[in-house]
Design a binder for this molecule. Structure first.
Ligand SMILES: Cc1cc2nc3c(=O)[nH]c(=O)nc-3n(C[C@H](O)[C@H](O)[C@H](O)COP(=O)(O)OP(=O)(O)OC[C@H]3O[C@@H](n4cnc5c(N)ncnc54)[C@H](O)[C@@H]3O)c2cc1C
Length: 540
């Protein structure tokens, strides 16, 4: 059933993509394309003040900011997003979940050693081009515990710099209105209305989809760059960082034909690694920065012994409750979030389910074919995760295109499991509200209820161990994985790699906790913030 459902969805989405690619006038500002080049056309060697590795959520604002005063090379392994129009539109958002990984398209699939399927962005704009677009700032404790002496005024300005270009206040879809009412009726209060800040209770967050459904990802922050100073090179896969002793001096990257290119930095220049929570620890290890005995066992040249690279890998586990409604709802990404206690957040998504065989409902003609049902999913995210894992290189390959091996050890710590139990119970409570009552359907015997999809809930929700078992059996990713190059372990409070000159890591790999309900806002802010700090430090 799951498989045929995916096939039906794929068909629908392919039709939409066909429509989008043939009819859509680009609604994104693609002026940045003037300075985007393909790696195949690049010289064998060149020199810049700054090299940013990874044109993703953090890398784009970082490179843009540095380009205001210095020459910058931004290297991205993926293509430009306009080659794949489905990433530019909210309607076709769910395509990324079923798209096959062909080694080039915007989605790189990986399965963690825990057996949980996951995806990473492989496109200019990174994760911000394939994600669900929900925008919400980091929580206060994140800033208090990140190990960084933040200049909070600059943090505020950096968030605003991102928001003025990318973020919209969403028009709530019919389902999101119902979800918001369900949360409020279920006691997830106060009602905070629309707010970009992290708040307890229920709120409508920002969105990088505008009200016509066009995505405005981090790639559009490149439009704010100094075009004379920034060169963006796509399909440029960085294979390793080059060192002279303990100083980073350049990078080696391959183009799509496998040809190698070298990019070096000028005196006083720096290399900034923004390849994401999987890509950055992988590249440090491939470049010889990591645990000495581990690197030696792989016969890799050790540049610097650094025991924590690839450690403290963390993913926020997700649990879902999926319900089929016998009527059509418009596709809607998450627009509302309920934060019930510090570390439990609930969101919901809806999408049409074409061709889904409806059961006979009392109020509907049996097997009616003229009705498109919908799938509504309640999802729970748990933050401040205690369960930690690791990242290793794929032993058989030193090619950075190969996914490394990752284990997150979901729910290995009991407090994570307890949060899941509380979240599951809360969702079951929400399903009993008056708001949800009117979504129930009646079967032929006149019984009212929901048509659930997926593993049935344990009968006794008050039995901790059976709900814990349910959590373990249904664990999935919230796609907010982080860690691998933590502040205080691998980088210092200026994001400089400890023990190495001219090298920083700036992205989700530096986080020990996922900021706020969703990390993208804080990652884009971080790119801008560190860029401004580098400029300040250089001028002083
Ligand atoms: C399906 C999904 C839904 C999500 N929904 C939301 C949401 O609604 N709201 C939210 O806030 N967050 C969401 N997230 C999470 C968020 O998108 C990510 O946490 C964020 O994009 C990560 O940013 P980053 O800069 O750390 O890495 P990325 O954005 O992944 O950037 C890393 C970049 O480096 C490139 N790269 C990697 N290795 C190399 C190399 N060797 N050479 C050259 N380039 C390289 C990659 O191609 C990529 O472009 C979602 C994520 C996913 C996958």
């Amino acid at each position: 059933m799951e498989h045929s459902l995916a096939t039906f969805l794929l068909l629908l989405i392919l039709i939409s993509i066909e429509f989008i690619s043939s009819h859509a006038i680009p609604n994104q500002d693609i002026s940045y394309m003037k300075f985007v080049h393909n790696a195949n056309d690049q010289p064998i060697q060149e020199k810049y003040d700054y090299i940013v590795i990874g044109g993703g959520t953090t890398g784009c604002p970082l490179a843009t900011t540095l380009s205001s005063k210095f020459s910058v090379l931004l290297l991205e392994r993926g293509s430009d997003p306009n080659t794949y129009p489905f990433v530019l539109n909210e309607e076709t958002l769910s395509y990324v979940f079923i798209l096959e990984d062909d080694g080039q398209n915007p989605i790189q699939r990986f399965v963690s050693e825990d057996g949980v399927e996951n995806i990473r962005g492989r496109v200019l704009g990174g994760g911000s081009m394939v994600n669900a677009g929900f925008y919400s700032r980091g929580h206060r404790e994140f800033f208090e515990t990140a190990g960084v002496d933040w200049e909070m005024e600059l943090v505020e300005k950096a968030y605003e710099w991102v928001e003025e270009t990318l973020v919209s206040r969403p028009n709530l879809s019919a389902w999101q209105v119902a979800f918001r009412n369900t949360l409020l009726e279920g006691g997830v209060v106060p009602d905070n209305g629309f707010d970009l800040r992290h708040l307890m209770g229920t709120k409508t967050g920002g969105s990088i989809f505008d009200n016509k459904g066009n995505r405005h990802g981090a790639v559009e922050l490149l439009n704010k760059a100094n075009p004379k100073n920034l060169k963006v090179v796509i399909q440029a896969t960085v294979q390793r960082i080059i060192f002279n002793g303990l100083s980073a001096v350049g990078v080696l990257y391959s183009d799509s034909k496998g040809k190698l290119h070298t990019a070096l930095i000028h005196k006083k220049g720096e290399i900034l690694l923004s390849a994401g929570a999987i890509g950055s620890p992988q590249l440090l290890l491939l470049s010889g920065i990591g645990p000495k005995s581990y690197l030696s066992s792989l016969k890799l040249h050790v540049v610097h012994h650094q025991p924590h690279v690839g450690q403290f890998m963390t993913d926020n586990p997700r649990f879902s409750r999926s319900i089929v409604f016998p009527f059509q709802l418009l596709a809607s990404s998450a627009q509302v979030v309920g934060t019930l206690e510090k570390n439990i957040h609930l969101q919901s998504l809806a999408s049409p389910l074409p061709f889904y065989p409806l059961p006979s409902y009392g109020l509907l003609p049996p097997q009616s074919t003229s009705i498109t049902p919908s799938l509504v999913v309640f999802v729970g995210k748990f933050s401040n995760v205690s369960s930690k894992g690791w990242l290793h290189l794929n032993n058989s390959s030193t090619d950075s295109k190969e996914s490394p091996i990752v284990r997150f050890n979901y729910y290995s710590q009991h407090d994570d499991l307890s949060r899941c139990v509380r979240g599951v119970r809360k969702v079951e409570d929400l399903l009993k509200t008056q708001t949800m009552e009117r979504f129930k359907t009646q079967d032929l015997e006149g019984n009212k209820g929901f048509q659930f999809m997926g593993l049935p809930m344990p009968e006794n929700l008050w039995n901790d161990s059976s709900v814990e078992e349910y959590c373990k059996n249904t664990v999935a990713t919230y796609w907010h994985y982080h860690g691998g190059c933590l502040v205080g372990k691998v980088v210092d409070d200026n994001y400089k790699v400890i023990g190495i000159k001219n090298l920083r890591v700036v992205d989700g790999s530096t986080f020990s906790d996922s900021p706020g309900t969703n990390p993208m806002a804080t990652l884009m802010m971080l790119g801008r913030y560190v860029g401004l700090k580098v400029l300040q430090q250089r001028s002083s």
